[in-house]
Ligand binder design. Structure first.
Ligand SMILES: Cc1cc2nc3c(=O)[nH]c(=O)nc-3n(C[C@H](O)[C@H](O)[C@H](O)COP(=O)(O)O)c2cc1C
Length: 325
């Protein structure tokens, strides 16, 4: 018998919310965790005072298990070390770390030594096996996913292959899950829980710009494209976004098209920036990076995070359930 994702993370429903940089602030993460699932705040490039301010809001908003997401390849090893140190120093033990892509061995060791749960998102079988061998909850990302893509396989194919290779691992399926029925398919393929990104972008507590939320609600799977054009700030990794005038004509000049504020600091947004449009962004929102998975087809309205958790809870394994190996 295997534990459910809920059991491993100390939550009630085997549902994880993706820690999306810019979009998933402490407000969304706490709302998800307070509803019984695992919320996660996007750490992205925050470090020092900016990261401390975010962590303070996160830890004052919930006493339940909640995560902080970091992206090793975006910040590099030194800054990642600093971010990890801050999370470990400034948050209580029920706060877990969530990483997009495998970190180096030293990071695995440090998080394990601190007694914190680690969640690692992967896109290939080999990476999944490595993360599982280091005791992480493995988020298995399929090509259906919104945002940056770690592999090339479809979600359930990858889940099934990994389940065979690491039968005892805690596997969480991600990519293209917009409805409880789709979550059910991922569980049938061998997942112990699911992670949702796009569905949570459209929630009331998300910090996504209103135009971005409405575009997701209106979109169908065919309105998304895999591209590499939004590369300023995060080069060299393909991403699934809503098709825009920039994805269809990437030859345009890389001039500034807007401005934004991140944790109190103002920034200009160039065309091709990897930054998502948030409620603090102004300018040509329709040209910015609106990461979006095939899951958008099932998204409607602007539900609260708690409504999303309740909707998916009916198909997801709770704490106390055991999964037949
Ligand atoms: C707007 C947006 C931003 C994202 N940002 C991050 C991020 O900062 N860190 C991360 O680990 N994953 C990020 N992701 C990817 C998700 O973790 C996940 O792979 C994806 O959302 C799953 O597919 P779905 O969007 O169809 O649910 C992002 C996804 C979206 C849609």
């Amino acid at each position: 018998m295997r534990a459910t994702a809920a059991e491993v993370l100390g939550i009630e429903v085997s549902l994880l919310q993706s820690g999306m940089g810019g979009v998933a602030g402490p407000e969304l993460a706490c709302a998800v965790s307070n509803a019984g699932a695992a919320g996660c705040a996007g750490g992205y490039k925050l470090v020092g005072d900016q990261l401390s301010a975010m962590l303070a809001r996160l830890t004052s908003g919930t006493d339940r298990p909640v995560g902080v997401n970091l992206i090793p390849e975006v910040v590099g090893p030194d800054e990642l070390d600093q971010q990890v140190a801050q999370v470990l120093d400034e948050t209580p033990p029920q706060v877990h770390l969530s990483l997009f892509g495998l970190p180096g061995d030293a990071v695995f060791d440090r998080i394990a030594a601190a007694g914190r749960q680690l969640v690692v998102q992967v896109g290939t079988v080999d990476e999944g096996v490595r993360a599982a061998e280091r005791g992480a909850v493995v988020v298995v990302q399929g090509i259906e996913a919104g945002g940056h893509l770690l592999g090339e396989s479809s979600r359930d194919e990858l889940v099934a292959e990994l389940r065979e290779k690491v039968p005892a691992a805690c596997l969480v399926a991600a990519g293209g899950i917009g409805s409880p029925e789709e979550a059910g398919r991922a569980l049938a393929a061998g997942a112990d829980g699911v992670l949702l990104g796009t569905v949570f972008v459209a929630t009331r507590e998300s910090r996504a710009h209103a135009y971005f939320k409405e575009a997701i609600t209106a979109a169908d799977a065919v309105d998304t494209v895999i591209t590499d054009v939004y590369e300023i700030g995060w080069p060299g990794r393909r991403h699934r976004v809503l098709a825009t005038a920039v994805t269809s004509d990437p030859q345009q000049p890389a001039k500034f098209i807007g401005k934004t504020v991140v944790e109190g600091k103002p920034y200009l947004v160039p065309r091709f920036s990897s930054a998502v449009p948030t409620d603090a962004t102004s300018g040509r929102i329709e040209e910015m990076a609106m990461y979006c998975g095939l899951s958008c087809a099932a998204v409607s309205g602007e539900p609260t995070a708690a409504e999303v958790v309740a909707e998916f809870a009916r198909v997801l394994p709770p704490t106390g359930a055991e999964i037949e190996e």
